[in-house]
Design a protein around this ligand. Sequence first.
Ligand SMILES: [Zn+2]
Length: 181
Amino acid sequence: MGFLNNCCLCGRGFGDRRPKTGTWGVAFPLPHPLYRYCDGGMHLDCLEKWPHRLEFSRGYFAGRRADYSGMGTLLAEGNGWILGCGPSLPHGDPYYAEVDLSDWPCRLYTQWANWDHFVAGEFGSKLAGAALKAATRVMQEVALIAPDSQALKRLRLGALQAHNAQRGAAPADRPQAGDRG
Ligand SMILES: [Zn+2]
C-alpha cells in the first residue's frame, strides 16, 4: 500500500480502527482521474459509498487476472472472482493462495498451508459490511471447488498439467518457418 496512514477517500487516519483495505500498484495511470486513489488505503465503509468503486475494482481485478500469465497460476474463476496461487520451486508448494473479487479491490490472501482455516471463514477476518457480504458469497462458490487443502492441491496439479500440455503441444501445431511455399 502506498500510503498507510490515511484513507484516500475521506482523508482521515486509520487510527480509528475501522476496517480498511488497500491496493498495490497503479491500475489507472495518469492522466486517469482514478490515479490519485491507486496504491493507497481506504476504509471499507468509505469504499462502500464511493461511486467509483466498481470501475476502480474492476481495473485492479483485470490486472490481477493478467498477472497470472506471468507469475503464479490461475486455478479457477467464477462469477466475479478468480482463485490463484503464487509461484513455487519445482515439486514444492506455492507460498500463497489468493481470491480476488471483481467488484471490491480486496485481495483475499492466505498462506498456502493455511487454506483450510481460510476457506472455513478466516477470509472474512478483516472485512466488514458489504465487502464481507460479497466475499462470503464468492467464498461459498470457491469452497465448492476447493473445500480443503487437498482439493486445492488437486486443482493446482490439474492447472499445471493443462499448462504444460498446452506448452508442449504448441510448437507442433505451428507450421515450421520454412513450410510455406
Ligand atoms: Zn475513509
